[in-house]
Ligand binder design. Structure first.
Ligand code: PLP
Length: 367
């Protein structure tokens, strides 16, 4: 069987690029002819268009999702001496960004059902750690966090609640677009994301104009006025070529996420023998990843590989289990999840024939 393209692997990006070849080439040519490669009209237009697609607010383009987290924490004046809560089941980029901002990482367990941040665990963390200034709600795999509970807890304790929407382009919480639930959110446009550039790219969305201005200053050497650093900024700008590429892809995001949902519902119908992902009531999951929980996960993964079906464990190691982020604590849900989670192929170009072949291969393993 021919390998099936997988959103985690480059095939998804290659296929998307093939389908949009002419539009992408003309966008890149437009930038080449403009002679302006950093902070020009493409970047400004993408920031405007992305904000419009989210229903308003301000978007500040930066070089990556990792930078977006660091810059947002700094813009919120969260730094040395402060703590930030992060779910222990998350990409290491998240923890690295928090640490880069000079902030103490406080890891929390996740919910059994959705594997997103557990609000009860957050409540316990906030009780014991008075230095905590913010909670980073990672909408893991594209599934919205339990926003209402997290918001109540954060309000009670007077801490910021920030969204990491990097895996959730196109998700909704009670008819509200993910990424616009609070004051600010961070985004990655890594190539395999639901909205992906063809290189590194990221952004911060905020409802507050002053916060947006601070972020613009921090992303470019701390300049408000050219050549005059008001504060220590960094160099983290969304370049013009990536912005132009994102502008080509943005208009089809809604359609592509719709296709992901259709394919996910086929998986839910045809898969057997494994625990299927559940979707919280009042939420629309964007299915950046279709993640099953499987007994004998590694053997299943090998069985699929032999049959030409790529799959990936996201994440096979929790943050607290990694040397750089080790910390004391009890994280039973995440520790079990890292042994069982497996992402199956899912992206807008996956055919129903290929999807059924994946389901058959999974069923065969458990029969
Ligand atoms: C939830 C989440 N946050 C942050 C990041 C970091 O983004 P980037 O790779 O663009 O730095 C990622 C990327 O994998 C992510 O999935």
């Amino acid at each position: 069987m021919k390998p099936i393209p997988h959103s985690i692997f480059p095939e998804f990006v290659v296929e998307d690029q093939r389908c949009r070849h002419d539009a992408l080439m003309s966008a890149v040519n437009r930038v080449l002819q403009s002679g302006l490669f950093i902070l020009g009209e493409e970047g400004r237009a993408f920031e405007r268009e992305y904000a419009e697609s989210l229903g308003g607010g301000y978007v500040v383009g930066v070089a990556s999702g990792t930078d977006a987290i660091e810059l947002l924490l700094r813009a919120l004046d969260i730094g040395i001496g402060d703590g930030v809560v992060v779910p222990t089941l998350a990409p290491s980029a998240v923890a690295a960004a928090v640490r880069r901002a000079g902030v103490r990482l406080v890891l929390c367990d996740v919910e059994q059902e959705t594997l997103t941040l557990c609000s009860q665990a957050v409540r316990e963390c906030l009780k014991c750690n008075p230095d905590i200034k913010a909670v980073l709600a990672v909408h893991l795999y594209g599934h919205p966090c339990d926003w209402q509970s997290l918001q109540n807890i954060c309000e009670e304790h007077g801490v910021e609640l920030i969204e990491d929407a990097s895996q959730a382009h196109g998700s909704f919480w009670e008819q509200k677009r993910i990424g616009t639930l609070g004051k600010a959110s961070v985004w990655s446009f890594y190539p395999t994301k639901n909205l992906g550039a063809l290189g590194d790219a990221g952004a911060i969305w905020t409802s507050e104009v002053v916060l947006a201005e601070t972020l613009r200053c921090l992303r470019e050497y701390g300049w408000r006025q050219r050549h005059v650093s008001e504060t220590f900024g960094i160099n983290s700008r969304l370049d013009e070529i990536q912005a132009a590429i994102l502008r080509v892809k943005l208009p089809s995001l809604v359609e592509q996420v719709k296709r992901r949902r259709e394919l996910a519902s086929l998986y839910l119908r045809y898969l057997s023998g494994v625990q299927l992902p559940s979707v919280r009531e009042n939420c629309a999951h964007a299915f950046h990843q279709f993640v099953i929980r499987a007994v004998h996960r590694n053997a299943l993964k090998e069985h699929l590989r032999v049959r030409g079906v790529p799959s990936m464990a996201l994440y096979p190691v929790a943050l607290h289990q990694q040397p750089a982020f080790q910390c004391a604590g009890y994280f039973p849900v995440a520790e079990k999840a890292v042994e069982e989670v497996l992402s199956l192929p899912l992206h807008p170009y996956l055919t129903e024939v290929a999807l059924k072949a994946v389901c058959e291969a999974v069923g065969e393993f458990y029969s």
